[in-house]
Design a protein around this ligand. Structure first.
Ligand code: OAD
Length: 232
């Protein structure tokens, strides 16, 4: 089977009712990114940051995967599919995708404030534990913090993601404005001989001279079209 590697962003989950970040009315309009998605913001006001991610987790219980996630999971019948996502939701997994790399962390997990990437202290929350409180501690005695890669922090999964991208026969970019690095730079690791598709209802400026098949549609329609183009 051919390797199909997909890079997804917030637009993948938009039709499930989760807002994107940079579209008008997006999350970063409502919550200043430096307050809720940087280590400095967390140091300044941990209550605010913990509350922000508690709300995001609560929303996870109210949304479900959309047709785009489902079609992607279905593609596993025809391809070796690796999902590399910038999304911190769990909708790819819930739709049935079996191999998901989360570049920016996972809402359903918490970790140590001292050492966020120490796997010994990363904990998966059950739905009834989704509300983290000040005073809830990791195994090393530090405050439990969201397992999210904030701006200015290292992206530990990027090396794994690069290796997958280098093995791609088909590379698909969906629902990302390609503004955030190192995720956006993954396109540079796609072999020259591979086919690249980009699905987004808006025009996305991509920093590459290679030829790209653009499907200018939302995630559900766009993934359905991709399936019919790849499996005709
Ligand atoms: P953005 O909000 O920057 O971009 C969302 C993209 O989704 C845009 O290109 C939209 O046109 C597109 N879009 C909107 N509706 C769509 C739909 N129905 N179907 C498909 N696409 C649609 O989000 P990301 O590129 O994912 O990081 O942002 C990257 C990172 O920046 C995020 O992971 C987050 C953010 O700050 C962290 O929180 C660490």
């Amino acid at each position: 089977m051919k390797n199909l590697v997909i890079l997804s962003g917030a637009g993948m989950s938009a039709e499930s009712g989760i807002s994107t970040f940079r579209d008008a009315g997006g999350l970063w309009d409502k919550y200043p990114v430096e307050q809720v998605a940087t280590p400095e913001g967390y140091q300044r006001n941990p209550e605010l940051v913990i509350r922000f991610y508690n709300e995001r987790r609560k929303q996870l219980l109210e949304v479900k995967p959309n047709l785009g996630h489902e079609v992607l999971a279905e593609l596993e019948k025809y391809f070796n599919v690796i999902v590399i996502t910038q999304n911190v939701d769990n909708l790819h997994e819930r739709a049935g995708s079996s191999h998901v790399v989360h570049l920016h962390g996972e809402l359903t997990k918490v970790c140590s404030s001292y050492d966020p990437n120490n796997g010994d202290y990363v904990k998966e929350l059950k739905a009834e534990e989704y509300e983290v409180k000040i005073g809830d501690l990791a195994g090393d005695g530090s405050q439990l913090r969201p397992f999210i890669v904030w701006f200015g922090e290292a992206v530990p999964e990027i090396e794994t993601a690069m290796r997958y991208v280098e093995s791609a026969d088909i590379f698909v970019i969906i629902g990302t404005s390609m503004n955030v690095y190192p995720a956006a730079g993954l396109l540079n690791y796609v072999p020259r001989s591979s086919e690249v598709y980009l699905i987004d209802p808006k025009e996305v400026l991509v920093n590459s001279s290679r030829s790209i098949h653009v499907i200018q549609k939302g995630a559900s329609e766009g993934m359905t079209e991709l399936l019919s183009r790849l499996c005709k």
